[in-house]
Design a protein around this ligand. Structure first.
Ligand code: ARG
Length: 459
């Protein structure tokens, strides 16, 4: 069914029809389009455009349609309608005849599509928020069950200072908390109803848009129709949140890919999320993590795409905006999938306590402690740093760790160093000293785990 017959003499070209249609991807909005159409029919009734009986007939036919397509939305694409709005309207007219043609009174596909999209985004945000919270729970539980496993912390991918696996987990909890709070923020501006904006300047029928908005669970109605049909800020905001969160997941993946490498050998990934090589029998590849790392790129691509589509686009609706959907749908699915896979990875991870500790011991990651030790004895930090650096060089030449240098060697570099140096530079001492807020001290980490468990309702 075309929606504009009267004005045209000729049919559109087949090639153009295919190029113009969005049904092959906007079919996913079927449920939202039906829900918004029911709400619209009630508004039309309240304004006297439909009788009570007519509204009820329309509503039951739409509800029937909703039931018919439940879990079968994919079937919609076999129709040759231009988009999901014309598909729903056509099905309605097939069911109830001429009366179905009244539904579009005062409405435009321009306000319809952005209403459907907002409803769709809202329902996805709820699911995403749940998954982000679940992933946080997985990190907290992993932090708890692997408490006290010491490993090297890195800067520049060089062993820097010792940390614990729990502490590493809690770093990701913080990132995910911010991701969730960003999503909640998106929701505030997204949950406003554009329905009743018409094509671009509002509707000439006397309708109560505020009441209509509330009936669909929106917080309020938008203020300016011209803006309402042009605005896709909520998609940009949602894709920005997706991009930031995917960036976090890609860093998580990269960390674990490195931890899993033969060179680090800190963890073992489960068979559930790894694959083998067709040629080299010894290999166990971290495919799940590599895919998360790469899928981040495609989500960033969707964000770039919508930004570029909207840049310099004149008000109000332009068909360019039909291109907002595929990237959005793909990015949201990708983000959700990656959150679920990240949970699977984390749940089945095995930490190799001994090799983590060995790496922490080997990397001179306690050199800062020697400097701090000297500072406590009155040496200015810059000088202390230099002495500690010389000791590291000496230890490297002797192929020893700092803990294994003899006291006489320490003394060559500073007379202030005494026998108590050894207890000051154990891995445990390095950790325990960092007790200030946000530090790696096990007591501090323990408190953070307890706080996170409370916040996330983990009992
Ligand atoms: N399929 C269109 C889209 O996704 C719906 C709005 C069409 N509006 C119009 N004036 N052609 O953007």
């Amino acid at each position: 069914m075309t929606l504009w017959g009267g004005r045209f003499i000729n049919e559109s070209h087949e090639l153009f029809k295919k190029f113009n249609t969005s049904l092959s991807f906007d079919y996913v909005l079927a449920e939202e389009d039906i829900i918004a159409s029911i709400a619209w029919s009630k508004t039309l009734m309240k304004s006297g455009i439909l009788t009570k009986k007519e509204q009820m007939t329309i509503e039951s036919a739409l509800l029937l349609l909703l039931r018919e397509i439940k879990d079968k939305t994919q079937n919609i694409i076999s129709s040759n309608c231009e988009d999901i709005h014309s598909w729903v309207e056509e099905k309605l007219i097939n069911k109830i005849g001429k009366l179905g043609k009244k539904l579009h009174t005062g409405r435009s596909r321009n306000d319809q599509i952005t209403t459907d999209l907002r409803l769709w985004c809202r329902s996805k945000i709820y699911i995403l928020l749940e998954n982000i919270i679940d992933l946080q729970k997985h990190f907290v539980l992993s932090a708890e069950s692997n408490y006290n496993i010491i490993m090297p912390g890195y800067t520049h991918l060089q062993r820097a200072q010792p940390i614990t696996f729990s502490y590493w987990c809690l770093a990701y909890v913080e990132m995910l908390r911010r991701d969730a709070s960003r999503l909640e923020d998106v929701l505030k501006r997204l949950n406003v109803s554009p329905l009743g904006s018409g094509a671009l300047s509002g509707t000439a029928w006397n309708i109560n848009r505020e009441e209509l908005a509330l009936s669909m669970g929106f917080d309020s109605a938008t203020n300016n129709a011209l803006d309402s049909v042009s605005d896709r800020d909520y998609i940009i905001e949602l894709l920005s949140s997706a991009s930031i969160s995917m960036m976090h997941l890609s860093r998580f993946s990269e960390d674990l890919i490195f931890f899993n490498s033969g060179e680090a050998d800190f963890i073992e990934l489960s068979d559930l999320i790894t694959s083998g090589s067709s040629l080299m029998p010894q290999k166990k590849n971290p495919d799940a993590l590599e895919l998360i790392r790469a899928k981040c790129g495609r989500v960033h691509g969707s964000l770039m795409s919508i930004l570029v589509i909207l840049k310099s686009l004149p008000l109000s609706y332009n068909k360019d905006m039909q291109e907002d959907k595929e990237g959005l749908f793909d990015a949201i699915k990708t983000w959700n999938d990656c959150l679920c896979i990240a949970m699977l990875v984390l749940k089945n991870i095995k930490i190799k306590n001994k090799s983590c500790r060995k790496a922490a011991e080997e990397g001179y990651s306690n050199a800062t402690e020697i400097a701090d030790y000297l500072v406590k004895k009155g040496v200015p930090f810059r000088e202390a740093h230099n002495i500690s650096g010389q000791l590291v060089l000496r230890a490297i030449t002797e192929k020893k760790s700092l803990n294994n240098l003899e006291l006489s060697i320490f003394k060559i570099y500073s007379n202030l160093i005494e026998d108590d140096i050894y207890q000051n530079i154990t891995l445990e001492a390095c950790l325990e000293k960092r007790i200030s807020q946000g530090g790696v001290a096990p007591s501090q980490v323990y408190e953070e785990i307890i706080k996170a468990k409370k916040r996330l309702n983990i009992f």
